[in-house]
Design a protein around this ligand. Structure first.
Ligand code: 1HN
Length: 355
């Protein structure tokens, strides 16, 4: 077979007849399934995503340096992409999700746009900045979980006096898998304040809905889930028990109108690990991005152990057994593509995992 053929399997050791057939198949844009079947349909997940931790103390100075080199407007979004070491150059943190750390400095505006990709923000540091979604602003505080659903106009601004940094999570690789990406700029840098701040909370976050309400989109009508409330929730549940042997006290963020996930492609979770917690191994098919919020601990992921402290970010690959330990009472935020896998009938979990 000549070197121009684009086979994805080894061709050494093949009989001359087979090599010849494969070369002629190749010219017709065809290929022998029997050479690749085991690779494309493995008996269980074989992720290229690896377990990895980003230390906030190491990334923060680099992000601030980027802040000195270019403006948010120039960059459109000033973000350090967190690239999984197993997937370098693909702008992804797992096979299905993008993540990055975004900085907005005092006085800056990140201009309004919208795209097919859906985004979440998990606020890591600083107060005084806002994000606006479809004409409604919300102030961002550390630990807040904020949505930017698919095809909603959004801009960010920092009228405060300290840098504000957050973790972005987007379903970009999923949208691009389907070749379904669209984007456009808003006519104007920022959206007008068309809706009073707090309106969606009043309308949708009090276990009630306006009587004639019908959903406008597939995502939650709430777009800020403030940390003050979600933190209180995991603490109350801890006080009242029980504590799960794998997860500690773990809750999922929901769309309050139907109980499902906040967005169709991305699920998000908050968990409290009690001081001294030693979890038992668990695995699931949704590769998961964790952001530590409070406390310190370590997570055993397959054969590696990652230690983490406040604001560190780490990744659990699909189907890798994970067990968490916490030396101090800890709170972990996490997100994954679980809702997408569930709606496709693909999601699996296993606990305990025999070691
Ligand atoms: C985006 O729109 C934002 O709006 C952040 O803050 C990160 C990464 C890829 C594509 C769009 C934002 C993004 C992004």
């Amino acid at each position: 077979m000549d070197s121009s053929t684009a086979t994805t399997f080894p061709t050494t050791g093949l009989s001359p007849e087979r090599r010849d057939l494969y070369a002629r198949l190749d010219k017709k844009s065809a290929a022998p399934l029997w050479e690749v079947l085991g690779k494309i349909i493995p008996p269980e997940p074989t992720p290229e995503t690896v377990s990895v931790v980003w230390r906030y103390d190491e990334l923060r100075p680099l992000l601030l340096e980027a802040g000195r080199l270019l403006t948010a407007k120039e960059a459109e979004r000033r973000v350090l992409v967190l690239e999984n070491p197993g997937l370098r150059g693909q702008s992804r943190i797992t096979q299905s999700l993008y993540a990055g750390l975004q900085l907005i400095l005092p006085g800056e505006v990140a201009p309004a746009h919208r795209h097919a990709a859906a985004a979440l923000r998990f606020i890591v540091e600083g107060t005084g900045a806002y994000t606006a979604v479809e004409g409604e602003r919300t102030m961002m505080h550390p630990g807040d979980f904020i949505l930017t659903p698919s095809w909603t106009y959004h801009d960010h601004g920092n009228p405060g006096d300290v840098p504000v940094i957050w973790l972005d999570g987007l379903d970009v690789p999923i949208v691009n898998l389907f070749d379904a990406s669209f984007r456009e700029s808003f006519p104007g840098e920022t959206q007008p304040n068309a809706v009073p701040e707090g309106d969606s909370h009043a309308r949708y976050a009090a276990n009630m809905l306006p009587v004639d309400w019908t959903p406008k989109r597939a995502s939650s009508p709430i777009f800020n889930y403030p940390y003050s409330r979600s933190r209180e929730t995991v603490h109350s549940l801890y006080a009242n028990g029980p504590v799960h042997e794998c997860h500690g006290v773990k809750v999922r963020y929901i769309n309050p109108a139907q109980g499902g996930p906040p967005m169709p492609t991305i699920g998000a979770f908050l968990q409290l690990l009690p001081k001294g917690f030693r979890g038992t191994p668990y695995r699931a098919t949704d590769a998961t991005i964790y952001a530590a919020v409070e406390g310190r601990g370590q997570s055993r992921i397959g054969d590696t152990t990652v230690t983490w402290g406040p604001r560190d970010i780490f990744v659990i690959p699909s189907w890798a057994p994970v067990s968490h330990e916490a030396g101090e009472e800890s709170v972990l935020f996490s997100f994954s593509d679980r809702p997408a896998q569930q709606v496709l009938g693909l999601w699996r979990e296993q606990a305990p995992v025999a070691s």
